[in-house]
Design a protein. Structure first.
Length: 256
């Protein structure tokens, strides 16, 4: 693709030699030097066209033009360092901004959630919620009785799950004597089974846990890795979660 058997210079020398031989033949016919050379060029044809055809033969024209444009651009940038720095900075900012926007779009809108049948997952909300739903964000939230009615009468919705953030921000979590902050949600007993999410260790929630208000916590894989270095011995131990707000329950001891 990049290596030619003959160079453009070799081909030009070959054409020159051919014209000279042709001119010598016409000289032997009795023509003068100028007339012999004109006759030889006329018989040979357009030299520039022949060189162009040779140049384009066995070459990727588009790739070759790209290389030439790149070389020209590099030479132009080297002649103007200030303009080159401005151009590079502008390209860097543009590429970085587009990459950041695409990353967010890909994570939020394009990439499917890692659950069973993500195309069938629907988020339900209301524009006219009842007052005092008991949740942090009650602008579009169903009350628990409405959720329970949807779950029990869900001919077209199977299954129905619910969740509510423990706090507008992070909540205080204490395992042993080491406190920290973490994000957490209260979820229904059908949350993991409804999403089709498999628990790597231990177990998820059940409807019986929801009915009995069982003090059980399920930690994410990332939190298990960051906080406990994937230590399996933390399962079955007690942790304390402290939050305030609509729940206002003080301390809640949960078993991991």
């Amino acid at each position: 693709m990049f290596k030619r058997k003959r160079s453009v210079e070799d081909f030009a020398e070959e054409i020159k030699a051919h014209l000279e031989l042709e001119a010598d033949d016409w000289k032997r016919e009795g023509l003068s030097d100028d007339e012999a050379q004109r006759k030889a060029r006329r018989e040979f044809g357009n030299v520039r066209v022949a060189q162009e055809r040779f140049y384009l033969k066995d070459r990727w024209v588009g790739l070759d033009r790209l290389f030439r444009d790149v070389r020209l651009a590099l030479r132009s940038l080297l002649k103007s360092p200030g303009f080159a720095a401005t151009t590079i900075l502008t390209l860097a900012i543009g590429i970085g901004a587009n990459t950041a926007v695409f990353s967010v779009m890909n994570a939020v809108l394009l990439r499917s959630l890692p659950v069973t049948n993500p195309d069938r997952l629907v988020y339900l909300r209301t524009s006219n919620p009842p007052r005092n739903t008991g949740t942090i964000d009650s602008n579009e939230t169903f009350s628990y009785p409405v959720y329970d009615a949807l779950r029990r009468q869900s001919q077209g919705l199977s299954p129905v799950m619910a969740y509510v953030p423990l706090s507008n921000s992070k909540v205080a979590v204490r395992y042993g004597a080491l406190p920290e902050e973490a994000e957490g949600d209260m979820v229904s007993g059908t949350f993991f089974s409804g999403l089709g999410v498999k628990v790597i260790r231990g177990r998820g929630f059940s409807e019986e846990d929801e009915t009995n208000h069982a003090s059980i916590a399920v930690i994410s894989y990332n939190y298990w890795t960051r906080r406990f270095e994937r230590n399996p011995d933390v399962l079955g131990n007690d942790a304390v979660c402290e939050w305030r707000g609509h729940h206002d329950c003080g301390n809640c001891r949960g078993r991991l």
